[in-house]
Design a protein around this ligand. Structure first.
Ligand SMILES: CC(C)(COP(=O)(O)OP(=O)(O)OC[C@H]1O[C@@H](n2cnc3c(N)ncnc32)[C@H](O)[C@@H]1OP(=O)(O)O)[C@@H](O)C(=O)NCCC(=O)NCCS
Length: 206
């Protein structure tokens, strides 16, 4: 079970765990994944989360592994203008507007890489405010400082300007379009500065 009082703070945002018992969290995931802009951008016809039940089941299924390893998907919310410092995060979270998701996780399967990849998706009405960059930078800093994770990939479609913009603002370096075997797609590969020129050392051959 993930800690409902865990959070990472940025100047404007909170990054925290989805809670399967929280209907608002489940409903937010449904809305986020069913945005027409997101489905179109990823060439998907149907959402992975058609309803609250499927979102709740996914959060439940993944939360123990996330609690164990730390890796996974995180909820991003706007910080309210004032916060009672005597309250726990779980007590104030319902006052925070949920705006998006950031993730750091490993690809799965026989072709999995040895470095995780960063991901993000926000409600379209919040695009253009720098929230995805702010949340992703904080997540990367947290993993580097708390868990020593320095090597991170960023993968995106070569036509996903929004995603490429985030990776650029994070300071990632572009390494070209490659066959991303664990994901079954060709995608643009970006790396955090300082990573090897030879991406096969991370299991990425392509
Ligand atoms: C990818 C995605 C999160 C990018 O969102 P975004 O809002 O463009 O990204 P950022 O949070 O970095 O915001 C950057 C924009 O905010 C602007 N901005 C405003 N205030 C800012 C601030 N304080 N700091 C940084 N940028 C700021 C920037 O100028 C930039 O706008 P521009 O693109 O018009 O130049 C969004 O397009 C999305 O959710 N897409 C669908 C999911 C998806 O494709 N995910 C990636 C899969 S690989």
């Amino acid at each position: 079970m993930t800690d409902s009082n865990f959070y990472i703070e940025t100047p404007r945002l909170y990054i925290s765990h989805y809670q399967p018992s929280n209907d608002a969290h489940c409903d937010f995931k449904v809305v986020l994944y069913n945005q027409p802009e997101l489905i179109k951008g990823q060439h998907r016809n149907a959402s992975a989360f058609p309803d609250r039940t499927s979102a709740r089941a996914f959060i439940l299924e993944t939360q123990d592994e996330q609690a164990r390893s730390g890796y996974g998907r995180f909820l991003v919310s706007l910080k309210p203008s004032s916060v009672n410092p005597n309250k726990l995060f779980s007590e104030i979270q319902s006052e925070c507007e949920m705006v998006g998701q950031v993730s750091l996780k490993f690809a799965q399967g026989p072709y999995a890489y040895t470095a995780p990849d960063v991901g993000y998706g926000f409600l379209s009405k919040y695009w253009g405010n720098g929230y995805a960059t702010e949340a992703s930078a904080a997540l990367l800093k947290y993993f580097e400082e708390e868990k020593g994770v320095k090597e991170v990939f960023g993968f995106c479609n070569a036509n996903n300007e929004g995603s490429m913009g985030v990776l650029r603002r994070l300071g990632f370096q572009q390494r070209g379009v490659m066959d991303l075997k664990p994901y079954g797609v060709h995608g643009m590969v970006w790396v955090k500065p300082g990573m090897s020129e030879d991406l096969s050392v991370y299991g990425l051959t392509g």
